[in-house]
Design a protein around this ligand. Structure first.
Ligand code: AMP
Length: 218
């Protein structure tokens, strides 16, 4: 199993697609966004800094992400492959990621870009709801992904919440960050011959099929 990296704009469905891969291939999903959201709950200087930065839609300082990524990748469960999502987010991070992989003896694997139109992203962002108990993700703007009752999880009955950065204002900043800082790393991976692109405007199942085809190809 090759390692997999997702590059995609905010709310492109990276988390949802990662869940499908985990179910099928039993490899860990490493999301810097998820790790940072946990850190943002801490009542400490770093916790407060991360909380404010996430809410604004800007990127946290590179150094913070390097340490947490390297620590996570050192764990035993990454030895047989992993999905990395949300990192790297800019060219400096991509260069440092190459160094981290070298130090740990890992290959880059396959880099999958999920392309989605801005208007569709906006709709997904404002409709996204997450279960605070089991972390299932819904979308109240999409019939096929809406919960049966607007604020209750279909699976476990937990309460659904909206991420603090899932609003139009933070979205604009996050999308701008993606265009300015993250798009340039696509070229970095094209040169390494590891880049694959999928059409993320389609529904969840069709995108999953396209991604699975890439994973199974040599
Ligand atoms: P995500 O869940 O991937 O949409 O990430 C949510 C937020 O976490 C981003 O808007 C950033 O503020 C922060 N973040 C996640 N990954 C990184 C990263 N690699 N570098 C800097 N900030 C990040």
């Amino acid at each position: 199993m090759k390692n997999i990296m997702f590059i995609a704009p905010p709310a492109a469905g990276k988390g949802t697609q990662a869940e499908k891969i985990i179910e099928k291939y039993h490899i860990p999903h490493i999301s810097t966004g998820d790790i940072l959201r946990e850190i943002s709950k801490e009542d400490s200087e770093i916790g407060n800094y991360v909380f404010e930065t996430l809410a604004s839609g800007k990127l946290v300082k590179d150094e913070i992400t390097y340490q947490l990524i390297e620590e996570r990748l050192k764990k035993e469960d990454c030895k047989n492959g992993f999905i990395i999502d949300g990192f790297p987010r800019n060219l400096d991070q991509a260069i440092e990621y190459d160094n981290i992989l070298k130090r740990l003896g890992y290959q880059i694997g396959k880099v999958i870009v999920i392309n989605v139109e801005e208007k569709i992203l906006e709709k997904r962002i404002t409709g996204r709801r997450i279960c605070e108990n089991c972390h299932a993700v819904y979308n109240i703007n999409e019939e096929e992904n809406a919960p049966q009752i607007e604020s209750i999880c279909d699976i476990c009955g937990g309460k659904l919440y909206q991420r603090s950065d899932d609003n139009i204002e933070a979205f604009k900043t996050r999308y701008q960050m993606y265009l300015e800082k993250t798009i340039p790393i696509i070229e970095h991976y094209k040169k390494q011959n590891v880049l694959y692109e999928v059409n993320g405007n389609d529904n969840v199942e069709n995108i999953a099929k396209e991604i699975d085809k890439i994973i199974r190809e040599n």
